[in-house]
Structure formats: structure tokens, C-alpha cells
Write a protein that binds this ligand. Structure first.
Ligand SMILES: *Cc1c(COP(=O)(O)O)cnc(C)c1O
Length: 400
């Protein structure tokens, strides 16, 4: 055996062989359990990012691991040419816990949103008017990185290098209902929003705004697409974040937390809308695969059995309370935003990267959005002890 690879060796190889699309943090993780991660040197970390809101029930939850193991030993893939039990069971489960009647499965958030947009366009062309295709989204929104979802995302600076953008999307400032009303044309078919913008900086829709948008969509025969890729599956203290607003979308997209780490995306829709799709209109080779579906089924079961939605709400409130205490003694915090375990901290100074680095060194994984926003997305199973420990590290990083 030659010399074993250490951290620096892997960093070098990554730079050599992987296209440089990620500004990585200087850690290589090799193991996870619950809210804890271990790096290649055996150092442990408290995980308050959950792989960007993905490992919703914690790392390597035994129920998810055993469901996946059993499935892998049985059957991994047959394609959507055939029926499979996990896909049917997951569709039934998602319908039973949501506003919707039917599901379609994809492999990621962007792909789920692609399906949502295709469905909205076809439905509107058939049932509302020939020329309806335009979709209004919000500035600062993030809907994914395919060309069409890049065009949908209201972040012009991200679009610039890849222009020309696919047409059919228009952006308005979030929480400005008049701006939204003013942006509608004869061509508009849908409005697509994140109930709480995630990648844009953890900015929630105002209660009245989203309710007005729902009412307006009904009046104007527009579809309301809610991108709950980040906010769905218990993240904010409800199974789906629109429940906080007392409204229902026509189409909802999910992904991140749904598979607990296994790649799966979904759209959930009402029958009325689902009927626009016919065989051949949409599909995916890998979408709704057996392993991803059993993982998602196990994740939802764990969330229900371990009361993780209640925990998300409770622990979210605990974190916010502690952040308010920190804020009282530390002038650098400008604002604390978000719901449940999706928390954004606006800073007055451009020190977010520095704080993330300091926390990482002290064994806490958190995330920054740009230079002035910190984001916490801990697993839904996070405990009061985890939070005490994390807030101790975070406070020290902020003050020093
Ligand atoms: C992460 C995210 C996406 C994109 O998901 P991918 O799985 O990376 O394609 C879309 N919408 C929202 C709200 C997201 O947070």
C-alpha cells in the first residue's frame, strides 16, 4: 500500500479533476450521525446546515438507512415504463399529507420546478387561453440552475454570463402587491413564489401579501405555484410552509428535505391542474426511482413518529430566543428572519464569511448567503443541548 491520502491531497485532486464551480469550505466530511458530522481527521462538528436543508431527519437515520439497504438488495431501477410499489406508496403518502390530489416525481428542485412550469403552461393554454405562458416570480428568488430556472430566478447578476435567457419570466419585488398586479399581462399564466425565499437570504412572504396573491390568482385565473423545495417537509414548523398562511397553492414543488439526502424532487397538484398532462407530456428516466422513494417514505414516517414538525417549531423558537439575547449584547446583528428551523440572520457588517469560518474551526457548521447574511438550517431532530452548544460557539465567533 502506498501513502494514504490526507486532506491536502484530496484538495489538490479536487482542484485538478473537478470543474471549479464550488467555493468550498476547507473540510472533507466522511461520516455523519444525527446532528453530528466527522471530518477526515476525526474532528466532530455540529451540523446546522443539513447539507442545505436536505438531511432533514439527521445524518444516517437508522430507519432511512435500513429502508434504503433493503430496497437496494431487492430492486434499484426499472424506469417509468413500469409500475413500482415505492413510487405509488410515496405518491399516496404525499397526497394524504398535503392539499394535493396527484404527484409527479423528479430528481431535484430545479427539475421539479421545470415540471411545475410545463404543467402551468399547458394547463393555461388548454383551459384559460391560447397565448398564456408568462410566469411572474420575485426578485431575489431562487428556483434552480437549469437554463429555464435560471431565467425564473430573480437574480439578474447570475443570469448575465449565460444570456440570452429563455423567455417567459418576469420579476417583481417581493411583498409589493401593487407591483405584482401591475406586472400581469394577457400572457400571464402563473405566479411562482417561495413562501420564504431561501437562497435569496431568508426573506418570508408577508402574511397578507401571500393571501392577496392567492385571491388575485383566483380572480384572474392564474395558477399559484409555490416553490417549497427548501421550505417544505417540516422545515418551518409545519409540514408545508403555506400552511402558516392559511392558503393552498395550485402546484407545489418539493425536493431538498424530502429524500433525507437521496435525490428526489416532486410536484404536488390538484386534480383540476393535473388533468392537463397526458402520457408523453413529461417524464424522467430516474424520477421516482425505488431507492429515492423508499428513502422519502422513511423520512416522512420518521418526521411523524418522532414529532419532528413540532420539534422544528419548538427548537426554532428556542434558537430565535437565544439569537435575540445575543443581539441585545452584540450590535452586529441587524435582523433575525425566518420560521421554524429556517433562520436567517442579517448582519450590519460584511463579516458573514469570517463568522462561518470561525464557527467551522470551532466545530459548528453554519452557512452564509453573501457577506451580510448567516443562515441556520439544522436537522429537524436538533435538540436543546445542540442549540446551547451551537449558540455558545456562534456568540463567541460574533463577539471576537
Ligand atoms: C435549492 C432550491 C432549488 C433548486 O434545487 P436543486 O435540487 O438544487 O435543483 C429550487 N428552489 C428552491 C426554493 C431551492 O431552495
Amino acid at each position: 500500500m502506498g501513502k494514504s491520502m490526507d486532506f491536502e491531497d484530496y484538495v489538490e485532486k479536487d482542484a485538478q479533476f473537478h470543474i471549479h464551480t464550488y467555493a468550498r469550505l476547507p473540510v472533507l466530511f466522511t461520516k455523519g450521525e444525527g446532528c453530528t458530522l466527522w471530518d477526515i481527521n476525526g474532528k466532530s462538528y455540529l451540523d446546522f446546515v443539513s447539507g442545505l436543508g436536505v438531511t432533514s431527519v439527521g445524518h444516517c437515520h437508522p430507519a432511512v438507512v435500513s429502508a434504503v439497504k433493503a430496497q437496494v438488495e431487492h430492486l434499484v431501477h426499472v424506469s417509468n415504463l413500469f409500475y413500482t410499489v415505492p413510487q405509488i406508496e410515496l405518491a399516496e403518502k404525499l397526497v394524504s399529507i398535503s392539499f394535493g390530489d396527484k404527484c409527479f416525481f423528479a430528481n431535484s428542485g430545479a427539475e421539479a420546478n421545470e415540471g411545475a412550469v410545463k404543467l402551468a403552461r399547458k394547463y393555461s393554454k388548454i383551459f384559460v387561453g391560447e397565448d398564456k405562458y408568462e410566469i411572474i416570480t420575485a426578485f431575489r428568488s431562487f428556483h434552480g440552475r437549469t437554463m429555464k430556472m435560471l431565467a425564473a430566478s430573480g437574480q439578474p447578476e447570475k443570469q448575465k454570463p449565460f444570456e440570452p435567457m429563455p423567455i417567459g419570466f418576469k420579476h417583481v419585488p417581493l411583498n409589493d402587491f401593487d407591483a405584482l398586479k401591475g406586472a400581469i399581462t394577457d400572457k400571464t399564466c402563473a405566479i411562482m413564489l417561495e413562501p420564504i425565499q431561501g437562497e435569496g437570504g431568508v426573506y418570508p412572504c408577508d402574511l397578507e401579501y401571500l393571501r392577496n396573491v392567492r385571491r388575485f390568482c383566483d380572480e384572474k385565473k392564474l395558477l399559484l405555484i409555490l416553490d417549497e423545495v427548501q421550505t417544505g417537509i417540516g422545515r418551518t414548523g409545519k409540514m408545508f410552509t403555506h400552511e402558516h398562511y392559511g392558503i393552498e397553492p395550485d402546484i407545489m414543488s418539493l425536493a431538498k428535505g424530502l429524500g433525507g439526502g437521496f435525490p428526489i424532487g416532486a410536484i404536488i397538484v390538484k386534480d383540476e391542474v393535473a388533468k392537463a398532462f397526458e402520457p408523453g407530456d413529461h417524464g424522467s428516466t430516474f424520477g421516482g426511482g425505488l431507492v429515492a422513494c423508499v428513502a422519502a417514505l422513511a423520512v416522512i414516517k420518521v418526521i411523524e413518529e418522532e414529532a419532528l414538525i413540532e420539534n422544528s417549531e419548538k427548537m426554532g423558537a428556542l434558537i430565535k430566543g437565544k439569537l435575540n439575547e445575543v443581539s441585545a449584547t452584540c450590535a452586529v446583528i441587524k435582523e433575525i428572519r425566518g420560521k421554524g428551523l429556517m433562520i436567517g440572520i442579517g448582519l450590519k457588517q460584511e463579516i458573514a464569511e469570517e463568522i462561518v469560518s470561525k464557527c467551522l474551526e470551532s466545530g459548528l457548521v453554519i452557512n452564509n448567503i453573501g457577506s451580510k447574511i448567516i443562515r441556520f438550517l439544522p436537522p429537524l431532530c436538533v435538540t436543546g443541548d445542540d442549540i446551547d452548544k451551537a449558540m455558545g460557539i456562534f456568540k463567541k465567533a460574533l463577539i471576537n
